[in-house]
Design a protein around this ligand. Structure first.
Ligand SMILES: C[S@@+](CC[C@H](N)C(=O)[O-])C[C@H]1O[C@@H](n2cnc3c(N)ncnc32)[C@H](O)[C@@H]1O
Length: 195
């Protein structure tokens, strides 16, 4: 999905994905102390709900999104939540992560961004993320299976995610669900110490 479509969706009002709620899967990972210490990234962070959550868990939290309006809202929400000292928001393209001057991170979250990228973008994203995560660092990724909604095609099959990530990441857990009658997947991955 391209940038103009996302821009338009934010301009038209609050997009359906912007629930303001951190998903239980992410809350569980922190509740069970399943995330090594260090900075946390949210790729395609939208209006920053999960970046604020990560900051509240005591992390330095970095949110990246290429829609300026979403990032402006995220900054405002972080200020209202009183976590502005611990968060950093960047208007940037996640497929060009390697060009950003980011610290090495121990956690990365992606809810609904990766599955909208083109094939080349997905490849660049995974390679750069592998370089950005500390060995043992965790990734939580939520994707939708391929679908067409409102004339727009997006989504990715779990097998493609496994193929792209497995050279650098151990895929620890996969959970299938459904969203609007089609498949969805949560992936839990760990950055390998080698590769
Ligand atoms: C489905 S929304 C989910 C937003 C947020 N993760 C949430 O759960 O509320 C996907 C987000 O990824 C952002 N995005 C998509 N492609 C991107 C790219 N190449 N670089 C940066 N952000 C991107 C969109 O602007 C949008 O905010």
């Amino acid at each position: 999905m391209n940038r103009l479509i996302y821009r338009l969706m934010y301009r038209l009002g609050r997009p359906g994905w912007d629930t303001g709620i951190t998903p239980p899967e992410v809350v569980e990972a922190f509740a069970y102390d399943d995330v090594p210490p260090g900075p946390a990234l949210d790729l395609g962070c939208g209006t920053g709900t999960n970046v604020i959550y990560l900051a509240r868990q005591g992390r330095r939290a970095i949110g990246i999104d290429f829609v300026p309006q979403a990032i402006a809202q995220a900054r405002q929400k972080a200020q209202q939540a009183g976590v502005q000292e611990n968060v950093q928001f960047l208007v940037a393209d996640v497929t060009r992560l390697a060009e950003l001057d980011l610290p090495q991170c121990s956690f990365a979250l992606d809810m609904g961004c990766f599955h909208g990228l083109g094939e080349d973008g997905q490849r660049r994203y995974v390679e750069a993320l592998a370089g950005q995560l500390l060995p043992g660092g965790r990734v939580m990724l939520f994707t939708l299976d391929p679908r067409r909604e409102a004339g727009i095609s997006f989504g990715v099959l779990p097998g493609r995610v496994q193929e792209l990530f497995s050279p650098w990441f151990e895929i620890e857990r996969i959970e299938r669900g459904s969203f609007r009658k089609k498949g969805s997947t949560w992936f839990w991955m760990t950055r390998k110490h080698t590769a």
